[in-house]
Structure formats: structure tokens, C-alpha cells
Design a protein. Sequence first.
Length: 71
Amino acid sequence: MGKTIGDRLDDLEIIKALAQGKTRGEIAKALGCSDVTIFNRLRRLYDQFEARTDAQLVIKAFQSGVIKMMK
């Protein structure tokens, strides 16, 4: 089953929130989901971007053009 637009938007919001220094708990609260949901989404994103840490994920997302410089 493919990802919905909402899934892609949530993934982008998760990556942006990490780039802003938010914790997983803060991200979960902002998106109205559990810490476990964020953990699972991040694990999938780590695989997708071949990252091992939050910092690597943000850098690779930036390098691939998924996120842009934020003010």
C-alpha cells in the first residue's frame, strides 16, 4: 500500500521538527500521535535516507532537496 499525502506531509514535518531541535516527544505532541508512532516513522525514514541518527537524517534530507533552508 502506498503512502498517502498525509503520510508524506507528516514525514516532512517530522524532519523539519528534528532540524529545529525538537524532541521526539514534542514532535508526537505537535502531530497528535504517540512517541511510538514517531519512533516507527523515524525508523522508516532512517532506512529510506540510509541514516543512523537524527542529525544524519536531517542532513541527508537537506542534501536531497526534501527540506530547504529555514529562517
